[in-house]
Design a protein around this ligand. Structure first.
Ligand SMILES: [Zn+2]
Length: 1019
């Protein structure tokens, strides 16, 4: 037989486009439309509907970027439309706002309301219809149209002014092209769905497979059976030609897919946070509407924050969700407040993502999520297995690792082992997407790509429009129905993630293990972009820890009220701002304006709580003693003679640091360190006097600033591409160089550099190098006024240490990263994440670095001509990408570092706390002993707070910080009725309890233990 399969495919595509799709709607009737434009920000339904509306016509151009337009639509069902036809000709409102692409969730979207203000369903590209009953003769409804601009366009990453109301143009972006009631020809529509599935299957099958040819011939017969001039009249006959092809059953060894409805809704990204509130309302209304028609449709949605917005602003939608959750059709997943960044949130913040997520699910839906759901975060820290497991979660889902540039992750279904050894059963959907439309191509990819073939036979496919929301459509459900048992296709059944994990685990309990962090080999710039947001995050994470510590202590000791509601609200705000496009610095300008302001407000609120609590704690109103300057020490270990987590009288400072000025150098020296700085501000020697050893590599200066061209090929705010290293400008001269002493004897060298450029405003970099009296570390501070474009600024420290790897802090521990490029995996990690500290060592002598707001760093090892090996650590201080925020990182920044030679890993851990939790001065007449203390220094008290249940119980979270074993006695400033161990949800993990003033605990490496203490009596 002559083949001609390609000809059939081309014939089908032309026919599908020109004849079939236009025949879906039989006929239509125009409606009358009036409009009102909201002045700027969205308003509630009642406000919007009490305004004066003016008539508009089709062709009306409307919608400046980010504006909101309300349309009131009215009309009636034509007399000629007989209700008897409703089953074959469904009445629907059809709308087109003049979209420029068919991507859903990135342009104008609308929510339709009935006259009582109840949301009906949303309108967006590929889902631009509303159901209407024939019985409802009179047509009347409202549309709240959000004129969201298409910020990404074709992803050319050109700078755009669209990312903020104030910079966007006033020009209307949309046109009212279509708004009418039409009759949908159900049989034609069903034929379209048949073809969607069969065409996708056909092109995914091998060219020489029998099945491919069978499907091709069925399609050819279908095309012959349909009359192009009477599609409606011949659709049934055409469908019959496809029956055999569609009913051939799948083979016994077919891959199985559990398809769960989903809508990835970025909590902010190319839209502001406020728009996400409406995106959730639109998406969730779509889902509820779809559930009315499909009992077997299951929908999974993460992020307690999204549900809370709906609860607060769209109560009728929330009631609908609650009903569907109760019936099992709607599954809250993830158990997190939002799908946050997977690397940068601090230890306790990552815990609270789950604590407040699960708390909301429990309070509103009487359930806890059983699976972590992070399909889109940019890499996953090695602490997550322990964190999710202690949060009541037994499975983990992601798919982002399929974006790796260099190496392919070896598994789709596996056990993920964290830095402490905890393992969580994990899955990456092998369809490599969380936005599937269940096309034949996607399903075929899910099977072909699945790494565990032969051992496991099942994968999960989340389907539904996403990123900008939207969710599943009736077309996707039709595709699921057609692929339930179809020869050549994976067998698709709609279900929950829970069902998927139960089946996958029972089939493949001995799945392979991936150990440690999951480093995403892409988006390495997200550790640096939008520095002020990262600094606000770090600062407020620290202040929250202090506020909870001192407020709990004040409550227990003085009876002061514990600001639980205020703290929870602040936490929720911080957790939202850790969303995977906010904290990484990859959202539009509007988002950062808002986030920086919110961080500043939160700082003020938290300082107020801290100061009030400390004042209450440190002052005994019944005592006659005069107040004096006391130090509150929020570190877990003592400092300046004040015990960790206590308030006391600081010891007197040591002898002033000496300064010797020579021609070429200035030398700062105290009992511990001698620092030699050249006249360009570079540190040429950092000598530990006690250990008689030099930290800086001989002949190579440290504290050097490197300016790189930073022009990623794609994804500007996201990516630092490897080729950035090929252009390095060393900022080796200074414009000013000053030396001074401060009142406390600290010696300071201050330099100023001005980066002049013809094309832009000059940047200035003021740096201080400080050596405090008696200090074992030096302090480096920056004040930078940054106006560079597409540049990356790095701070380099070549260290005279032969290190195979460096330890970079992550949540509740550290991850070790190689300093070499032996393998492609090592090579791909050319920019990595640290939290508060970085540590490198040779046996028992190391150097520790602490930072107050710098997450990105790189490390490389070199061998010098004299044979010396040098480990060079470079911190990424600032970037200046131009998309999506053209003003990213412009303006003022402050950054701080501490560097301590002759350090151990314990010193590194402490140094991180020391810099991020500075000693706080309080006037008081009453020193207070630590509320909690740990006898082993390596066991850190991370969190002290009151219980979430309002019982007044004290919650204490501790962890082993050095990767070793530890026995530690945890002692309290009083006697407790009961002390017992709990998980992160503060639920008991064993029946064992002790009473008294202390508890003895054994810690495994990096183990986190949470204690609940009730009836604690403090004098
Ligand atoms: Zn996302």
């Amino acid at each position: 037989m002559h083949q001609g399969t390609k000809a059939v495919e081309e014939r089908l595509d032309r026919f599908f486009r020109d004849k079939l799709q236009p025949a879906i709607y039989r006929d239509h009737v125009e409606l009358s439309i009036t409009a009102w434009q909201a002045p700027r920000e969205p308003v509630p339904f009642d406000v919007a509907t009490s305004q004066h509306y003016e008539a508009v016509e089709l062709g009306w151009r409307f919608g400046r970027a980010w504006s909101t337009i309300w349309l009131k639509v009215s009309g009636s069902i034509p007399e000629s439309w007989s209700a008897n036809d409703e089953r074959s000709l469904a009445a629907e409102i059809v709308i087109d706002f003049g979209y420029n692409t068919s991507r859903s969730g990135f342009q104008a979207e609308a929510l339709a309301y009935d006259l009582a203000g109840k949301p009906i369903k949303a309108i967006a590209p590929k889902n631009s219809w509303l159901p209407w009953s024939y019985a409802n003769k009179k047509i009347e409804f409202y549309l709240e149209v959000a004129a969201n601009p298409d910020v990404a366009g074709e992803y050319t990453f050109e700078p755009t002014t669209l990312g903020d109301w104030d910079t966007a143009s006033e020009q209307p972006l949309y046109e009212l092209k279509k708004l009418h009631i039409a009759r949908r020809d159900i049989e034609v529509w069903e034929l379209v769905q048949d073809i969607f599935t069969l065409r996708g299957l056909m092109v995914s099958l091998p060219q020489d497979s029998t099945r491919r040819h069978v499907v091709t011939r069925a399609i050819e017969d279908m095309l012959d059976a349909i009359d192009p001039s009477d599609v409606s009249g011949t659709a049934s006959a055409a469908r019959k030609k496809l029956t055999t092809a569609l009913s051939a059953p799948a083979s016994a060894s077919s891959h199985r897919v559990i398809a769960t409805g989903h809508a990835h809704i970025d909590s902010a990204w190319l839209w502001p946070i406020r728009e996400t509130v409406r995106k959730c309302a639109r998406t969730f209304s779509n889902v509820l509407s779809l559930m009315d028609d499909h009992d077997d449709f299951i929908f999974s949605a993460s992020s307690a924050q999204h549900y809370k917005w709906i609860k607060d602003h769209y109560p009728s939608v929330f009631e609908g969700i609650k009903k569907r959750v109760a019936s099992g059709q709607w599954k809250p997943v993830g158990g997190m407040w939002v799908e946050c960044d997977g690397n940068m949130p601090g230890s306790e913040a990552m815990v609270r993502q789950f604590v407040y997520g699960q708390k909301f699910f429990q309070e509103n839906f009487a359930m806890h999520a059983r699976e972590a759901w992070l399909p889109d975060s940019f890499g996953y820290s090695g602490s997550l297995p322990q964190i999710v497991t202690q949060s009541g979660i037994s499975s983990f889902l992601s798919q982002k690792m399929s974006w790796n540039q260099v190496n392919r992750m070896p598994h789709h279904t596996f056990w993920w082992e964290g830095i402490d050894g905890t393992r969580v059963f994990s899955h990456f959907p092998s369809a490599d997407t969380y936005i599937s439309e269940l096309s034949g191509e996607e399903l075929a990819h899910a099977e072909k790509n699945f790494s565990e073939k032969g051992r496991s036979s099942i994968s999960l496919v989340p389907f539904g429009w996403g990123d900008g929301g939207g969710g599943p459509t009736r077309e996707m459900i039709a595709a699921a129905h057609r692929t339930g048992d179809l020869e050549g296709s994976p067998k698709v059944s709609m279900g929950t993630a829970d069902e998927f994990f139960a089946q996958a685990r029972s089939e493949y309990a001995n799945a392979p293990v991936w150990r440690g962090e999951m480093y995403l080999e892409l988006h390495r710039g997200v550790l640096t972009s939008q520095h002020r947001t990262k600094q606000g995050n770090r600062r407020n994470e620290g202040l929250l820890r202090e506020a909870e510590l001192w407020a709990s202590y004040a409550t227990l000791k003085t009876g002061a009220a514990y600001p639980s509601g205020q703290l929870e609200e602040i936490w929720q705000s911080i957790l939202l701002m850790q969303f995977h496009d906010i904290l990484p610095g990859t959202a539009i300008a509007w988002v950062y304006k808002e986030v920086e302001n919110r961080h500043a407000e939160i700082t003020r609120e938290l300082l107020e709580i801290i100061n009030t609590s400390l004042a209450a704690l440190a002052n005994d109103p019944t005592a006659n003693t005069a107040p004096q300057a006391l130090t509150a020490n929020a570190m877990s270990v003592s400092r300046n003679g004040v015990a960790g987590l206590g308030v006391g009288v600081p010891s007197k400072s040591a002898q002033a640091t000496s300064v010797v000025e020579q021609n070429e150098f200035v030398i700062l020296e105290n009992e511990e360190l001698r620092v030699r700085v050249d006249r360009s501000g570079r540190i040429v020697s950092l000598f530990s006097l006690k250990t008689n050893r030099e930290a800086i590599a001989p002949g190579i200066a440290a504290n050097e600033l490197h300016l790189h061209n930073d022009n990623p090929t794609r994804w500007d705010a996201w990516d630092i591409d490897e080729h950035y290293r090929n252009s390095k400008q060393v900022l080796d001269s200074v414009d000013e160089f000053k030396v001074r002493h401060e009142a406390d004897g600290t010696a300071v060298i201050e330099t100023k550099r001005v980066l002049r450029s013809a094309s832009q405003q000059a940047s200035t970099i003021v740096q201080t190098i400080r050596l405090e009296p008696g200090a074992k570390s030096i302090d480096i501070g920056f004040e930078i006024d940054w106006h560079e474009n597409e540049k990356l600024l790095k701070l380099a420290f070549p260290i005279d240490i032969h290190a195979e790897e460096v330890a970079a802090e992550t949540q509740f521990g550290f991850v070790k990263r190689p300093t070499h490029e032996n393998t492609s995996w090592d090579f791909a990690r050319f920019e990595s994440c640290q939290h508060k500290y970085l540590f490198l060592n040779e046996k028992d002598w190391g150097v520790a670095f602490a930072n107050d707001s710098t997450y990105g760093f790189d490390v490389q090892r070199t061998t010098e001509a004299n044979g010396a090996t040098v480990t060079s650590v470079r911190f990424s201080l600032l970037r200046s990408p131009k998309f999506p925020d053209p003003e990213a990182d412009q303006g003022r920044h402050t950054l701080k570092f501490k560097i301590r030679p002759a350090a151990t890993i314990e010193d590194a851990v402490s140094l991180g706390y020391e810099l991020n939790y500075p000693a706080r001065e309080v006037q008081g007449n009453r020193p207070v002993e630590p509320l909690v203390s740990s006898s082993a220094e390596q066991v850190v008290v991370e969190t002290v707070k009151l219980a979430e249940d309002g019982s007044g119980d004290l919650i204490v979270r501790l962890y082993e910080s050095t990767g070793g074993r530890a026995d530690s006695r945890i002692a309290f400033a009083g006697v407790a009725e009961k002390i017992w161990l709990t998980d992160f949800l503060e639920l008991p993990t064993s029946a064992e309890q002790v009473s008294g003033g202390s508890i003895d605990l054994q810690f495994r490496p990096f183990q986190v233990i949470t204690l609940r203490v009730s009836g604690l009596q403090i004098d």
